[in-house]
Design a protein around this ligand. Structure first.
Ligand SMILES: [Zn+2]
Length: 202
């Protein structure tokens, strides 16, 4: 028995990508940056960049498969190391990293691969890391009736490492805990222990 739920985040689906318009805009940007768009070596660059952004922003629908928690499992479920990449909405430059997702099941459990799909879906839109973290937690909280939810995102932002502060190697960590993972010390402590990657970040 499985159950496919509609997810609130799907409602804010972005408008379709207009590749031709994006290509023209990239060409204009290159001209504005002093690049010679007539150069044969650069002829395909506007199309390539437009397609690269379209790929980064390609939304894949997630059918949220849940299963009855038949064994009455009452411990945490934690998945670490879910790799993602996204685009920061302030600079349209990539940021990338890994997510740890944990939840405390109620009457239902989530198909494990769906956790990775949720992360990919939420990351495939212009983002800030704080909202990305919240949206992953929202999704799990609302679709599976979890009794507790925790999300930790560790990411490197190219707008911070390659420009601006040029803080090479800096990692930004965001973390939200909800419900019993927030209110009960034992669940919070276990979540922290199971997601602790302090020795493995680099
Ligand atoms: Zn940025």
């Amino acid at each position: 028995l499985s159950d496919v739920c509609d997810v609130p985040e799907q409602a804010e689906k972005p408008a379709p990508i207009d590749l031709d318009a994006a290509e023209r805009a990239v060409s204009d940007l290159m001209k504005a940056l002093g690049m010679d768009v007539g150069n044969a070596a650069l002829a395909e660059t506007p199309r390539r960049l437009a397609k690269a952004y379209a790929e980064l922003l390609a939304q894949q629908d997630v059918a949220m498969t849940t299963f009855p928690n038949e064994s009455r499992y009452d411990g945490l479920v934690v998945v670490n190391g879910i790799w993602f990449r996204s685009i920061c909405e302030h600079h349209l430059l990539p940021f990338a990293g890994a997510v740890s997702v944990g939840y405390l099941p109620g009457d239902e459990i989530i198909g494990l691969s769906k956790l990775a799909r949720i992360v990919a879906n939420v990351a495939a839109r212009p983002q800030v890391q704080e909202r990305l973290t919240n949206q992953i937690a929202d999704w799990i909280e609302h679709t599976v009736g979890a009794r507790g939810v925790g999300v930790v995102v560790r990411a490197t932002h190219s707008c911070m490492t390659l420009r601006g502060a040029r803080a090479v190697g800096a990692t930004t960590v965001t973390s939200v805990v909800r419900q019993r993972m927030r209110t009960e010390d034992r669940y919070y402590a276990e979540f922290v222990r199971l997601t602790d990657q302090s020795g493995h970040d680099r």
